[in-house]
Design a binder for this molecule. Structure first.
Ligand SMILES: *Cc1c(COP(=O)(O)O)cnc(C)c1O
Length: 394
């Protein structure tokens, strides 16, 4: 018998609302709470556990590395971060990597790198064009870069230097580029906004436009990278290699690890410009190596696409009966728009029935399961979702 721990939140900052339960353990696509109740998990730590909960390859990497070397200090090289930098460079075609601990920190580094490049190579240009409804993180700079409505007013003064345009609109970017612009930064698919897939040709067009106008193209692949969309990186769907790319979420398979990647020509940090106490530590980067080796296998990537197609087909079928207005996504980053604003209610009822889904908007449900979820688990999850939607009456 599992003993349910008591829930006492007296000493926590109230940064969000959470259900009144404590998650206790996980395996693959399943989570169990402290009372032993099982949940089929299509959220996976916010698209983080790309190999599911507690996968053997990560357990093994952590075990072996913890026994060998946890942190020699950021003043020394370690074999694991060298290996991970090599792998990511080979897979992305971007020459240099810097490792950090969160997506926001990687994006903060991308902003610094673009500003430094603008100072050195574009007459002091420092502005970065970003998009409405974008999500780039929760530091002061990445909040300013994000296009979340209201986010510029919470912690004034907002950091200057960001210009916003509509996502998916290439000509808006073309018109927004000035002598002050050093870079354009976009997510290949807007994740937190509700899985907004841009029009075909947008990324390729951005690549060509930024090249022609002499500014940098930054791809925030924190959510779309590491096989989430069925390719190793989301920009590869349009062969639109960026100058700077950030990775996070799935890179660590559940542990805190992110990366900033850049072409050698724009990689202009000098010693002292960038760093961090925990950055590139071998414990986390050993996990990154295990994750990248696993998900970059062609058979693994093909399976992500197949499972994504299966998921979208089931959702389209359900949508015709429940009045969804849209089913969209790539690979295993998928969302639906309901015909009503009952997404949060559906999420809560699903939780009660042992199914975890995410509601990023009042009318949007998002699915970001483990990339190695089985066909049977998707089938099971969709059957459960149907009964949830029927009882909610969306
Ligand atoms: C989650 C996310 C971030 C922020 O990552 P953190 O690890 O939470 O700091 C940045 N960009 C995108 C596209 C994300 O999805």
């Amino acid at each position: 018998m599992e003993h349910a721990p008591t829930l006492n939140t007296t000493h926590l900052m109230p940064i969000t609302t959470r259900p009144s339960l404590i998650m206790a353990r996980g395996k693959g696509s399943y989570l169990w709470d402290g009372a032993g109740r099982q949940y089929l998990d299509l959220v996976q730590g916010w698209a983080v556990n790309c190999l599911g909960h507690c996968p053997d390859v990560i357990i093994q990497a952590l075990h072996e590395q913890a026994r060998t070397l946890i942190n020699p200090s950021p003043a020394f090289h370690n074999a694991r971060y060298l290996q991970l930098a090599d792998s990511l460079a080979r897979l992305s075609g971007l020459d240099h990597a810097f490792f950090a601990n969160s997506g926001a920190e990687a994006n903060e580094g991308a902003i610094k790198l673009a500003r430094k490049w603008g100072r050195l190579h574009r007459g002091g240009a420092f502005e970065i064009i970003t998009t409405h409804n974008a999500f780039h993180g929760r530091t002061l700079a990445t909040m300013a870069a994000s296009g979340k409505p209201g986010w510029d007013a919470i912690f004034p003064p907002a950091m200057p230097g960001f210009t916003k345009v509509d996502f998916g609109d290439l000509s808006a970017i073309e018109h927004a580029i000035t002598d002050r612009t050093c870079a354009v930064m976009v997510e290949p698919i807007q994740g937190e906004a509700g899985v907004i897939v841009p029009p075909q040709g947008y990324l390729r067009g951005l690549r060509e436009l930024t090249h022609a106008r002499g500014v940098l193209f930054i791809a925030d692949e924190v959510q779309t990278g590491i096989a989430r969309t069925g390719k190793m990186f989301g920009h590869q769907w349009e062969d639109a290699r960026p100058d700077i790319m950030t990775l996070g979420k799935g890179l660590g398979g559940g542990v805190p690890l992110s990366a900033l990647m850049a072409r050698a020509e724009v990689s202009c940090f000098a010693p002292g410009d960038q760093g961090g106490t925990f950055n590139g530590n071998p414990l986390m980067t050993a996990v990154g190596c295990a994750v990248v080796d696993t998900v970059s296998e062609p058979a693994f990537l093909a399976a992500v696409e197949q499972r994504g197609e299966q998921l979208r087909a089931r959702l389209r079928d359900m949508g015709s009966r429940f009045g969804f207005t849209d089913v969209r996504g790539r690979g295993l980053l998928v969302a639906v728009t309901l015909g009503s604003a009952h997404a949060e209610k559906a999420r809560d009822v699903a939780l009660d029935q042992g199914l975890l889904v995410n509601a990023p908007r009042p009318n949007t449900l998002r699915f970001m399961p483990a990339l190695n979820i089985t066909a049977q688990e998707i089938d099971d999850a969709m059957t459960r979702l149907e009964s949830v939607l029927a009882s909610v009456g969306v």
